[in-house]
Design a protein around this ligand. Structure first.
Ligand SMILES: Nc1ncnc2c1ncn2[C@@H]1O[C@H](COP(=O)(O)OP(=O)(O)OP(=O)(O)O)[C@@H](O)[C@H]1O
Ligand SMILES: [Mg+2]
Length: 401
């Protein structure tokens, strides 16, 4: 009888991800293919990644002891969100933990004011901005740069939460007073006259290798990403190259390790301005799970572990990603039945569900569709995503007639 063989878990790396959301869940998928283990620090056992990871440390990303527990014995510690306090991460680095991206880089994704200041110092194009420590700072900024302007929480905003566009001094006073009283530091920035929003994604390794994906267009609804088109339609090659070089240079300059999304505004006069940075897999990179030779989740793991990076070539002329956003009222048809109908109608749709319950506007999954024609592919992806959240076909088709 052959002796039983046990796999030696120390032979392949373990990566710890801080946060148990859908980004960690999809990173875990990539880790499986690479023979790695993804350990997650999650707040709740039913968080998207905690449902599937073999190693879950339950705890808060604001608790140094929990971070330490999650880090012990892992080859790299990385992130599904920006919430971990910089000083805790610096403490981990001092204790020898391989934190990637390093806190010295991550701070520019955590703190929008630090990011704006740093990017201006580097001579990169950003909207006019100022720190807001009292109502008068914000009102003066509005008077100088025009109303409405944009007020932002310096830390902790996501999906448009933490972004306000006050129209006058009275509205400004209400928002600033309330947020400062809650201890939320603020900044003001000029409202950009947008043609559209773009995202330039890059991944970089400690060795210094870097690779970009094609620049994409991101379509926001209610301040939240709804659709991503890869590559960005009708983007002049020179402009696309400019955006990719900006992302590459910034990654190098800041010492980024892992995936980074550079969210960009394209102005009405064709200028590119940096909106914000994310140093982790990002919603604007989800298309690459099906639409690129190497997607962002695998690339992020390769980068934080200092492996050579993968080929990022697109696999089709167009890929459209549409977020499945919870409907105002969850449909009575089960998610399982919705999926049956979707697959019957659109077999080409690639569906990724996050294991989250339905709540209005919550990101609960996404759909990727590949093809040749932007309008056709986009209609299919959006129709599929809307069906999954609402159980209604936007073209009026009735599954039971
Ligand atoms: N200065 C600006 N001018 C015009 N629109 C803006 C400006 N800043 C933000 N917006 C709009 O608000 C959206 C959300 O802003 P931002 O990306 O700063 O916030 P967030 O909540 O951190 O975003 P995310 O959804 O990426 O987590 C932007 O994608 C854009 O549509
Ligand atoms: Mg954003």
């Amino acid at each position: 009888m052959t002796p039983a063989r046990f796999s030696d878990q120390s032979a392949m790396p373990t990566v710890t991800m801080v946060g148990g959301g859908q980004l960690a869940r999809m990173t875990h998928q990539a880790a499986i293919a690479l023979g790695q283990r993804l350990r997650v620090l999650a707040e709740n056992p039913d968080d998207p990644a905690a449902q599937v990871s073999p190693e879950v440390v339950l705890g808060s990303h604001t608790d140094l002891a929990a971070l330490r527990k999650a880090a012990i014995g892992s080859h790299a510690l990385t992130f599904d969100h920006e919430g971990a306090p910089t000083e805790h991460l610096e403490a981990l680095v001092a204790e020898g933990v391989n934190v990637q991206p390093p806190p010295s880089a991550l701070v520019f994704a955590q703190d929008k004011l630090a990011m704006r200041i740093k990017l201006s110092e580097l001579g990169l194009p950003v909207p006019a901005f100022t720190a807001v420590t009292e109502v008068a700072d914000a009102v003066r900024f509005g008077d100088e740069h025009g109303w409405p302007f944009v007020l932002k929480a310096v830390r902790g905003g996501y999906d448009g939460r933490g972004v306000w566009m006050p129209a006058d001094a009275a509205e400004t006073a209400t928002i600033v007073t309330e947020q400062l009283a809650r201890g939320v530091p603020l900044l003001a920035e000029a409202k950009v006259d947008l043609k559209r929003e773009l995202s330039a994604m890059v991944a970089r390794s400690p060795f210094g290798q870097a690779a970009t994906w094609p620049v994409v267009e991101t379509v926001q609804r209610n301040g939240q990403c709804a659709v991503v088109i890869a590559p960005a339609p009708d983007l002049a090659e020179a402009k696309a190259t400019q955006a990719e070089l900006l992302a590459l240079n910034l990654a190098k300059e800041l010492g980024v390790v892992g995936a980074m999304a550079v969210e960009l505004f394209e102005t009405q006069d064709g200028e590119l301005l940096v909106n914000e940075l994310a140093m982790r897999p990002h919603n604007s990179g989800h298309w690459g799970m099906d639409g690129a030779r190497t997607g962002q989740f695998e690339q992020h793991l390769r980068a934080v572990l200092d492996y050579p990076l993968g080929d990022t070539s697109p696999l089709a002329p167009v890929t459209v990603m549409a977020n499945i956003l919870g409907a105002p009222v969850a449909p009575s048809m089960s998610m399982d039945e919705r999926l049956h109908h979707l697959f019957a109608r659109l077999p080409q749709a690639k569906v990724h569900m996050y294991g989250k319950s339905e709540r209005p506007d919550r990101k609960i999954g996404h759909v990727n569709v590949l093809g040749d024609d932007v309008a056709v592919v986009r209609e299919q992806a959006e129709r599929a995503a809307h069906w999954m959240s609402h159980a209604v076909w936007t073209d009026g088709w009735d599954p039971h007639s």
